[in-house]
Design a protein around this ligand. Structure first.
Ligand code: SAH
Ligand code: SF4
Length: 393
């Protein structure tokens, strides 16, 4: 039987930023786009830059969504803004809280589609795992999201809106009378590791992350944002130049034969090509290592030989290796490697001089762990046979 080749495409629909009723949403507009929109709406040009700063501070630093509350703007100007713009973020449909404190939000976006967002709390900090697409056009055989057929790109507003809705729920906005940096932030880090391939929604991800990194925006350092890609080689250098956040790569295999099966985009850009792009990834400093994500699949990619090959392959790349115990989902065609195997694998990598943390699965009881995300109400599901065919089983 010939193996069906998985579709590798980025041909997905992006909705325009304008809402059906025509008033543009402030959330997700870049500084430049908001400035232009304000000028088009009658704001004098010489004031526009300052107004952008003021509006951004209200929206992204204080969590204000009502123009009337923007007290450093003239009352008449606030009314004009309210007539011409909206400030909207996606709606939380449901929330689940794991025994370990991890929260998973099911979020509805325009058109009725749904995506998932996960907050992983740690002492005095926390990581928000956000989605960039509804589903994913890629079909990694171990990933639940990859079994979802329905796909659309999220807008920049829907991407940064995930950060805002989680800040709402967590009470992560500064309180009345409090400065913006007084309490430790419950969302101190963002990872683009939810649903979707961020580099197949490049412009929207870039615009949203610019807002996340801007001092007047969400104001997180670029070193606290990590974009994970399955290996969209042509966009990797561009990500460094135009976004500038940290990079993680879903590596997962040490031979093309195995990686073709696990991460089908490897059939287009193989291991050697991917490593070439990573060697060239411009970094501001040597301490900025690339994270190699490696999912531990029993008897598939977890041998000592794999560990040694991995070390040889990445030689010369400032890297850390994040070992992810496979998270099972209903119908998944693989098993998690035994714990002793994972530790042995980690040890080989560690002895070769690389940090090799094993990622503790979080939120497993609510299916919030890596690769388990898939909107619960989504109807079009692939059959088990289709999943297994794509896995080459
Ligand atoms: N599409 C991007 C980002 C989202 S996935 C990418 O593939 O990099 C985030 C990470 O979780 C990736 O490394 C992905 O390969 C991994 N992952 C997917 N399914 C998983 C599963 N069932 N168990 C463990 N990790 C998984
Ligand atoms: Fe898409 Fe990433 Fe899942 Fe692969 S691992 S199917 S690229 S979300």
């Amino acid at each position: 039987m010939t193996k069906p080749s998985a579709p590798i495409t980025q041909d997905v629909l992006t909705l325009p930023r304008k809402l059906p009723e025509g008033r543009p949403n402030i959330v997700g507009l870049t500084r430049e786009a908001l400035r232009a929109a304000l000028i088009a709406a009658g704001t004098p040009e010489r004031q526009a830059k300052m107004r952008v700063n003021q509006i951004w501070q209200w929206v992204y630093q204080w969590g204000v969504r009502d123009f009337a509350a923007m007290t450093n703007l003239a009352k008449s100007y606030r009314a004009e803004l309210a007539e011409r713009f909206v400030i909207e973020i996606p709606e939380v449909v449901s929330k689940q809280v794991s025994a370990d404190g991890t929260r998973k939000y099911l979020v509805r976006i325009a058109g009725g589609h749904e995506v998932e967002v996960v907050h992983i709390p740690e002492t005095d900090r926390g990581t928000l795992c956000i989605s960039s697409q509804v589903g994913c056009t890629l079909t990694c055989s171990f990933c639940h999201t990859g079994t979802q057929k329905l796909v659309r790109n999220l807008t920049a507003g829907e991407i940064i809106g995930q950060v805002m809705l989680a800040r709402d729920d967590l009470g992560d906005w500064p309180r009345q009378g409090e400065g913006t940096g007084e309490r430790p932030r419950l969302i101190s880090n963002i990872v683009l590791m939810g649903m979707g391939e961020p580099l197949y929604n490049f412009e929207n991800v870039r615009d949203a992350m610019k807002i996340a990194m801007d001092g007047e925006g969400i104001a997180l350092s670029r070193r606290r944002i990590t974009l994970s890609t399955s290996g969209v080689v042509p966009e990797i250098a561009r990500a460094a130049e135009e976004i500038g956040c940290l990079l993680a790569v879903s590596f997962h295999a040490t031979t093309d034969a195995v990686r073709d099966r696990l991460v089908p985009i490897n059939r287009r850009w193989n291991i050697e090509t991917l490593l070439g792009a990573l060697r060239d990834y411009p970094r501001l400093s040597n301490s900025e290592r690339i994270t190699f994500e490696y999912v531990m699949l029993k008897d598939v990619n977890d041998s000592d030989e794999d560990a040694r090959r991995l070390v040889r392959l990445i030689a010369g790349i400032p890297a850390k290796i994040n070992l992810i115990p496979f998270n099972e989902w209903p119908g998944s065609p693989y098993q998690r490697s035994d714990w002793a195997r994972i530790e042995r694998f980690a040890d080989i990598i560690y002895k070769a001089g690389y940090a090799s943390p094993i990622r503790t699965p979080r939120g497993e009881d609510i299916m919030a762990a890596c690769g388990q995300l898939k909107s619960a109400t989504e109807r079009a599901r692939k059959s088990r046979a289709e999943i297994e065919a794509e896995a080459g089983l």
